[in-house]
Design a binder for this molecule. Structure first.
Ligand SMILES: C[S@@+](CC[C@H](N)C(=O)[O-])C[C@H]1O[C@@H](n2cnc3c(N)ncnc32)[C@H](O)[C@@H]1O
Length: 223
């Protein structure tokens, strides 16, 4: 980022001018909650190893804003299951941006779940439930209109963890990088076997973010 303000070591990162404009448009009146989330990530999130210290200058752009724009793909008053939430990405970023959505965060590691519950409580997010489980263990118990994931696994494996948590007519929204089309190619067959339709790559947030977000969207036809 060229216009990032200087940060003292250990300080809570301030968004750059560009990131602030994006945050205001994405979070609206909930921008202070987004700031509090970034403060948690930069302090206890780093101390407890949920993110590496080198991520601190990139918390706004590469992490929170990049994830929050995925909420633009979601209809009002729907349910979202976020698989492998880790430090609440994208789940908590979406929950802050969209209080009308019901979020289920799925994370197997106990220390991450403890941290997620602390943050959810501190931010007063009453639209979030944290499940300590692997995605495979929740099939039949939790289902969403959207199933999200970022940096959890390659699509061939991720399809088997996400599609079974999607309601019929729902969508898997996997945040991916440049290798998205190769991953789709390799996962096509397993996606079809699991009841998924034709995956598509969509790029979102280009109007507000310096680096927009690439999402693989998989419609779920049957379950
Ligand atoms: C690299 S981290 C990514 C965390 C977060 N989504 C992000 O983008 O920062 C992957 C997370 O997936 C979780 N995970 C691994 N296998 C899983 C499974 N089968 N079901 C749910 N979560 C899983 C791990 O515990 C870890 O927190």
């Amino acid at each position: 980022m060229t216009d990032s303000p200087d940060q003292a070591p250990g300080a809570i990162p301030e968004p750059s001018r560009h990131e602030l404009a994006a945050a205001e448009s994405i979070f609206g009146g909930r921008i202070e909650t987004a700031r509090a989330f970034v403060a948690h990530l930069a302090s206890s999130g780093i101390e407890r190893g949920l993110l590496g210290p080198r991520e601190v200058p990139r918390l706004w752009g590469r992490h929170v804003l990049n994830c929050a724009v995925v909420a633009d793909l979601m209809a009002v008053d729907t349910t979202v299951v976020d698989v492998g939430s880790g430090a609440g990405l994208p789940g908590l970023a979406i929950a802050i941006a969209r209080p009308d959505l019901e979020l289920h965060l799925v994370e197997p590691l106990e220390r991450r779940v403890i941290w997620l519950n602390e943050v959810v409580r501190d931010l007063g997010l009453d639209n979030v439930t944290v499940h300590r489980a692997r995605a495979e263990q929740l099939v039949g118990d939790v289902a969403g209109d959207y199933v999200t994931a970022r940096a959890v696994s390659a699509l061939t494996t991720l399809a088997g963890w996400t599609i079974p948590l999607a309601r019929p007519g729902a969508e898997v929204l996997a945040i991916k990088g440049r290798g998205a089309s190769d991953e789709i190619e390799k996962a096509k067959k397993v996606i079809r076997t699991l009841g998924g339709g034709t995956p598509e790559i969509i790029v979102i947030g280009d109007a507000v973010l310096e680096e927009p977000t690439t999402v693989v969207r998989i419609p779920v036809l049957i379950r």
